[in-house]
Every structure is written in C-alpha cells, then in structure tokens.
Design a protein around this ligand. Structure first.
Ligand SMILES: Nc1ncnc2c1ncn2[C@@H]1O[C@H](COP(=O)(O)OP(=O)(O)OP(=O)(O)O)[C@@H](O)[C@H]1O
Ligand SMILES: [Ca+2]
Ligand SMILES: [Ca+2]
Length: 618
C-alpha cells in the first residue's frame, strides 16, 4: 500500500495536518521527511479554530512529535493527544460557532495521520451547491449542479415545528446542517428530548440539493425497525429551514470514540462495532437503499456507556437502487469512497467498501488510503493495496486480516456482501449474530434461473466442491427462506421471506418487481443442493486461494456428469456475446477439439455466465 505506513513514504506524503482545509494542488510534491516540524507555524492549528492557546498548542505538538520520533512504531502506539480536541468546551461544537460552514475542524500533528473527519468529495459539493469552481472538481460535472433562482423549496412537511418543539443546544454539525437537542412540548413525545437536524433552505441552491433533502426524509421515513438505525419521528419546515426530528443519541460520534482511544480497538471491541454496522448495512441493502456516506462520523452511540448501541444517521446522500441497477453519480466522502464509485458504475457493494475502510481504521488506527489531496486519495483507492505488513497487523488474527481484505477487494463482484461479512469466520466463530437475508442470493438465483442447463450443470459441479465453512452462509440463507419439511423452497418461500423483511423503502427500490424472476419456482421446488448451485457467486469464489483447486475438481465432476458437445454459436449466446465479437477466434480455446465438449477454460467462462450488465438489459 505504501500510503499510510510506518516508513516515510516516497509519494503522497502527508506533510500537513489533516484538517478540513481544502486540499492543495501540489499533491505531486515529494518530501524527504514527512515529519511535521514543530516550528513550521503554517502547519500549526490556529487558535481561532480550536480555541487553544497557540503556544500551548505548539508545545503539545512538540511533545507529540518527540514521542513520535522516539517511537519505532506508529503514532497510534503513543498516547493519543486527540481527545482534548473534542471536549465539550471545543468552540467548534458550540452554537456560538454556528456560522462555520462544515464539520468542526480537528487538527493532528502526526507523520502518519489518524482518521479525521472526512470531507465530501468535491464533485458532490459542486453538484449540490454549485459552489465549487469547475476546474476544482476532480470529476467534471454537467449543468445539473447549476445554481438556479426561483427553486421550489416547499416540501409539503408540517409547518408546526415551533409549536411542538423547543430547540436547545447544538449537539453536532455537518456540511448540510446542524443538529440541536430539543424538547417535545406536546403529542406522543411530550416531555421527551429529541434531536433536530436543521437544514437551512438558504443552503439549498440547486435542484439537486433540494431533491437530496426530499430523499433524505423519504428514506428516513421509509426505513424503520432496525436497532442500529436512528429512529425518525417527523419532518417539518418553515420559510427558512427543514427540521428533521429524530431520536437523540447522547453518546457522540464513532469517530470521536476512535480518536479518544488513540485508535486502539481490540479485535473483540472492533467486532462489536462492526457487527452493528454490518447488520444495519445488510438491512438497508435488502430494502434497496444504498447509504453512500458510511463513515465513523455518521454512526452515533446512544449513550456514553462503553457498550452503548450504535445508530446510523445521515441519509443525505442515500438513494434507492433496484437490484439490477447501477448508479453513476460520484457521491460520498473521499477516504471511504469505493473504486467503482469513481468509475461511475456501482450499487450496494460500495457501502461495503466503506465498511472495510472503517474496519481497517478500527483495527489499526490508520486509514487504508490516504493522501493530502482528493486526487491523491482517489489514486490510492483505485490503485494501492492497503498495507497489512505494518504493526499491529502481524499480531492480529488471520481471520481479522482476511475479513478486512475481503471487504476491501477492488472488484465489487468479488467483495463480500454485508450479510456475508456477518457470516465470515472472524465474526461467526465468536458471536451470536442474527444473520440477515442477503439480497445477493436473489440476484444470483435470478441469473441461475435464466441460465441454460449446461451452465446449471457447471454450477452444480462447482457447488459440490464447497467446504463446510463456505456452506455455512448458504445454509443460513436457505434457512431464512424457511424450507418445508422436505427441505425444499418454492416461489412462496422467496416472496414471504422478502415481505417479512420489507419496509416502505422496498416500494421505491422495486425489489418486489424482482420477484417475477422467480416465476419458474411457482411450478417446481428447489432443494438445498440446487440452491447452492443457484446462490453461489463464482466471482467471490475466484478470490479464494484454493480457487484453482476447486475449479479443477468441479471440472472433473462436470466431465462425468454434464459436459456435452457444444457449438461455438451456442456458447456465444449462452455467454451473451454480441454480434460484434469474432466468436470463432475468441471461443476457439473454450471448446475441446477432440470431442467438441467444453475445455477447462470454457467451463470457467461458462461458470461466470452472462455479465450482469447484459442481464440487466434482458
Ligand atoms: N440523532 C442525533 N443525535 C445526536 N446527534 C446527532 C443526531 N443526528 C446528527 N447528530 C450530530 O449532528 C452531526 C451532523 O448531522 P448529519 O451528519 O446528519 O449532518 P450533515 O450536514 O448531513 O453532515 P455531513 O457533512 O456528514 O453530510 C452529526 O455528525 C452528529 O454529531
Ligand atoms: Ca454526517
Ligand atoms: Ca450528510
């Protein structure tokens, strides 16, 4: 990886404190020494920002720097000085500072920076506010983010906020709004403390910004009933603001807790946090909602208690996504953004990547992809492999490393889903987790149902090579479909399982339309053996070290039972190859010349089947 490790890197060198200041354009500058020098006053936190006396601040910096220089290891193995930045008296968190534009500034003086608040990708801000100069945005934007006058800023929300709630102290602040505690004056919540996210209409200067707020409320309203999701109560508006009323979480942001611990989470502690995050993410994905802004700032603890429950907040960038749909707008926060988002073709897997980044940070205290500039971070996300060689990784369990690596796989088809992550040995071996239904099962089953008998035979052969560990997840998923006493499922099982888990969000994400793909199961039943073939992801299988062995073994089984002579045209249509492809040249090696049956190469290609893109068009 080489970006955020213990050796002074030779490129993308962090030489300034991580802060909310705009990244500079000189991300190509190389630095021999990435230690921040204590007398480089331009890099010191300003007292105007953090309220500290500048000379104290310099002294602290110096001390910390000395600690760092003395330590042969990472800065995270020296006590973190970060917690003082988050004390209640921090002006960044007080209402008096309410005019500042975004997340409170927090500064660090470390050669290898710990996590800090993540900024939204500049292109997001350009689209939403029309405020970033076109040449500043890393990704060129169209005219959709243009500032338009005469926008309709009425949302149809109740206008009686003032008569129902009394606003109290500010409890947090983001780029789009600020959040206050409030007291409910009447109704069901009378006397109860709530949180109110206030989004000023003056900030909604583009049609997209307005649409985002509408969708934020719609998604919050629709998604209900998960323990790790903040409870939404209602939305209001007046001439100046939109008010989102929700459950008050008094335990602060996950980011603050990570920082106050100096980045040290034991495997078990990290696991406890990640189980909650993944359980929430799997829930969203089953409802067809992609959060798109998962980061430690957007998870809050309900209380200061060490074992407090974690709640996801901030659906400001979230969207509905149909099972076969790919989204293309570049959205999120740079450190956490998935490679396929930067490639403008993504779905729910992008959230899982962000959880991978959070998992990496929880376990080692550093960000897996870091650079001083946005474009540098993007380059790292697209090209660099995170380091697992530096401390503390060598002392961590093999399972923990495998878990994080499989969340941070660049190809989204090969990455684990949230439900699979909850079934990963690192989690399942030591905790009693309620495994959720995985939307991936339905996507794969749909592709299976549309496949030829030849591909089904190939998949069946591969499924016979699964080990007990690999079967665990499929067994759990099959059980969630509640097979009858003969151990088989049909259309009704799939429908019932989906409906049992449905919230209102499912209407917008059209998950129910998807059910028609399973019509064939109205007339026949599927047993566990066939389910394994149907719900097996060949792409995910490919990342396993023993893949080649599995595939060879499966090919032998297929040879005995399923392989048959096939003509090139049949294979081309099976694989969804278009007329522009010279099939005879391309598929030449996929068919064995001696008997016209599939070669090993052809077998592997057939296993992958038609690309999801051509399936989506079908
Ligand atoms: N229910 C809540 N209880 C307590 N604090 C909250 C609650 N909701 C939000 N906050 C605080 O307010 C902050 C800002 O809220 P939120 O993240 O929703 O705003 P935003 O403007 O959309 O942020 P961003 O800049 O990440 O897009 C949060 O980081 C958190 O500290
Ligand atoms: Ca936020
Ligand atoms: Ca937001």
């Amino acid at each position: 990886m080489g970006i955020c490790n213990s050796k002074p890197p030779t490129h993308e060198t962090p030489s300034s404190p991580i802060s909310d200041t705009q990244p500079t354009k000189n991300d190509h500058i190389l630095s021999e020494d990435n230690f921040v020098t204590a007398n480089d006053s331009s890099k010191l936190p300003s007292s105007a920002v953090n309220g500290e006396n500048p000379s104290n601040e310099q002294a602290k910096d110096k001390n910390e720097l000395q600690n760092v220089r003395k330590s042969p290891f990472f800065p995270f193995y020296s006590p973190s000085p970060a917690s003082y930045l988050f004390s209640k008296k921090s002006p960044a968190r007080s209402p008096a500072n309410a005019s500042s534009k975004s997340t409170p500034k927090r500064f660090f003086k470390r050669p290898f920076p710990p996590p800090s608040p993540a900024k939204h990708i500049k292109a997001v801000l350009a689209r939403r506010h029309g405020s970033v100069k076109p040449n500043e945005a890393a990704i060129p934007e169209g005219s959709e983010g243009e500032v338009v006058s005469g926008l309709d800023k009425s949302f149809g929300f109740s206008k009686h906020f003032g008569s129902k709630y009394e606003l109290g102290d500010e409890v947090g602040r983001g780029h789009f709004g600020y959040t206050c505690a409030a007291n409910s004056k009447k109704g069901e919540l009378k006397g109860k403390q709530v949180a109110v996210k206030v989004i000023p209409k003056a900030k909604m200067t583009t049609a997209i910004a307005i649409e985002d707020v509408r969708r934020e409320v719609k998604i919050l309203r629709a998604l209900t009933g998960h323990n790790n999701l903040v409870q939404f109560y209602d939305a209001y508006e007046d001439h100046d603001n939109v008010y989102i009323v929700m459950e008050l979480c008094e335990g602060g942001e996950l980011l603050d807790r990570i920082l106050s611990r100096g980045g040290k989470y034991s495997e078990d502690e990290a696991k406890a946090v990640l189980i909650q995050i993944l359980s929430f993410v799997a829930f969203c994905h089953l409802q067809g909602v992609v959060h798109r802004d998962l980061k430690p700032e957007n998870f809050l603890f309900t209380s200061k208690d060490d074992n407090s429950e974690l709640k996801a907040i901030d659906f400001g960038l979230s969207d509905f996504v149909k099972p076969d749909e790919r989204l293309n707008d570049i959205v999120g926060s740079a450190y956490y953004v998935a490679p396929e988002v930067l490639h403008r073709s993504y779905s729910t897997e992008a959230d899982v990547w962000s959880v991978g980044v959070i998992a990496y940070i929880l376990l080692c205290g550093s960000r897996p992809f870091w650079s001083r500039t946005e474009s540098g971070i993007f380059r790292a996300v697209l090209k660099a492999d995170p380091s697992f060689d530096e401390l503390p990784w060598p002392s961590m369990s093999v399972e923990a490393k495998d878990f994080v690596k499989r969340l941070l796989i660049k190809d989204p088809r090969k990455r684990m889903t949230a439900a699979q992550a909850l079934s990963h040995p690192w989690i399942k071996n030591c905790s009693d987790v309620n495994l959720p239904l995985d939307i991936l099962i339905f996507k794969l089953m749909k592709a299976y149902m549309r496949s030829s008998s030849l591909r089904k035979a190939a998949l069946r052969a591969l499924s016979k090579t699964l080990t007990e560990d690999e079967l665990f997840y499929l067994r759990e998923q099959f059980a969630l479909l509640e097979p009858n006493k003969n151990g088989t499922i049909c259309f009704d099982n799939i429908k019932t399982a989906l409906m049992k888990n449905a919230t209102d969000a499912i209407k917008d994400s059209r998950i129910t339309d998807f059910l028609s793909s399973f019509n064939a199961l109205q007339y026949r039943r599927m047993d566990f053996e066939e389910f394994c073939a149907a719900a097996l992801s060949v792409y995910q299988f490919e990342v396993l070290e023993r893949w080649e062995q599995h595939a060879r073994c499966a090919y032998e089984l297929f040879e005995k039972d399923g392989n048959r002579a096939i003509v090139i045209e049949e294979l081309a249509s099976e694989l969804g190859l278009g007329p522009s492809i010279p099939v005879h040249a391309v598929l030449h090696d996929w068919i064995r010349h001696t008997d016209g049956k599939l070669s090993f190469l052809g077998f592997v290609k057939l296993l992958h089947g038609v690309s999801t893109r051509s399936l989506a068009k079908a």
